[in-house]
Design a protein around this ligand. Structure first.
Ligand SMILES: Nc1nc2c(ncn2[C@@H]2O[C@H](COP(=O)(O)OP(=O)(O)OP(=O)(O)O)[C@@H](O)[C@H]2O)c(=O)[nH]1
Ligand SMILES: [Mg+2]
Ligand SMILES: [Zn+2]
Length: 346
């Protein structure tokens, strides 16, 4: 389990107010008459909208279901006990099976928000437009490492790259390959890498994460043309699409397994994590933790630091180390200002 950082009073107040508003909304929701419901059956959550969720039953039926008040948290990928209505084409979600994994992200209103459940493989998607940033990749990798779920990297939109840019980005990604991450160069447009991506996803529950506009929904469409998800158009410098995805959605893969498309966020904050945990999430730092001269070493200019020593020896990559310092610094800034600027998209 992750050690969570203490939240400020303002953050706690806001989160509490938001939770009680949500509880109130549930109490206002209509009760479902038990007699009108069929037997319990297993189903998977496709996507969640407020007090409802779309589920798929084991015989492949898609149903829009109400959620029992006793169900605390429900997201795409959750395995649930579902009862179909005898009188209409709806139903009720009675309970959620324990999750074998979940991906979370910090949220301005909810503290920490669960993005999806029961994931086996996270694909961090990047692109040349919006601009490639190894620091953003590192932020997503930290969140992924924190969950213990397998993680790979996708560089999408190769069709937009000159040979020169392709070489440059490929070199930047070589560092990740050396760290043991699989890197896939892909294009939803030219279909490069799409088959390879599909092979890596077979028989697992996969999720695409990454900045808004990198082409997650487009890759889903390339993998599953029948999905017909709405894609955005790169309308400005930020690359934010008009059809930006607002809710996570699960799609079944033809060869078994599933794929979840998730909404991108403008800025992926990590303020909910302990800086020590962030250090641990850097794979190449992990074995060095606890070997610095001082127990409270900040791995910056502290004497006898094992991490800066490994950096000097060339065992740790400069870019990764620079990103690490920037991320730790930005976490401290956010803590000082006691608020998070980012407004969530969903
Ligand atoms: N040239 C090119 N454009 C692409 C490619 N993949 C996606 N795009 C375009 O990039 C824009 C954004 O694509 P989306 O698939 O909506 O991006 P997203 O990651 O799902 O974005 P959010 O839902 O906002 O998180 C759209 O205009 C796509 O047509 C690609 O491989 N090549
Ligand atoms: Mg999308
Ligand atoms: Zn150190």
């Amino acid at each position: 389990m992750t050690k969570r950082k203490k939240l400020s009073k303002g953050q706690l107040r806001r989160i509490k107010a938001n939770r009680s508003k949500k509880l109130q909304a549930r109490e206002d929701a209509p009760l479902v008459d038990d007699a009108s419901l069929g037997p319990e059956q297993d189903a998977v959550v496709i996507s969640r909208f407020g007090q409802h969720a779309e589920v798929e039953t084991q015989d492949g039926h898609r149903v829009k279901a109400q959620i029992r008040r006793t169900v605390d948290s429900l997201v795409s990928g959750d395995q649930v006990l579902f009862r179909a209505s005898k009188t209409d084409d709806g139903g009720v979600i009675e309970a959620v099976h324990p999750r074998r994994s979940m991906l979370t992200r910090p949220d301005y209103y909810d503290g920490v928000k669960v993005v999806a459940a029961n994931i086996d493989h996270i694909f961090v998607v990047s692109s040349p437009l919006p601009a490639f940033s190894s620091q953003i990749i590192d932020r997503y990798l930290i969140a992924a490492e924190d969950t213990g779920i397998e993680v790979s990297i996708v560089l999408n939109k190769t069709d937009l790259m000159t040979d020169e840019l392709r070489d440059e980005l490929d070199q930047a990604l070589e560092i990740y390959r050396q760290l043991g991450y699989r890197v896939i160069l892909a294009s939803a447009k030219s279909a490069e890498g799409v088959a390879e991506l599909g092979e890596c996803m077979a028989d697992q529950v996969n999720i695409l994460v990454g900045q808004s506009g990198v082409g997650k929904s487009s890759l889903v469409n390339a993998l599953l043309p029948q999905a017909e998800l709405l894609e955005g158009a790169v309308s400005d410098n930020s690359g934010l699409g008009q059809h930006t995805t607002t809710a996570a959605k699960l799609l079944k893969l033809d060869k078994g397994g599933a794929l979840i498309d998730s909404p991108g966020v403008r800025e992926f904050g990590l303020w909910h994590m302990d800086p020590e945990r962030v250090t641990w999430c850097y794979r190449e730092f992990r074995d060095l933790i606890g070997t610095c001269k001082f127990r409270d070493c900040k791995h910056n200019d502290d004497p006898g630091c094992a991490i800066t020593e490994a950096l000097a020896n060339g065992d740790i990559d400069e870019m990764r180390y620079f990103n690490y310092l920037r991320i730790i610094e930005s976490m401290a800034e956010q803590k000082d200002s006691r608020h998070i600027k980012q407004k969530p998209l969903d």
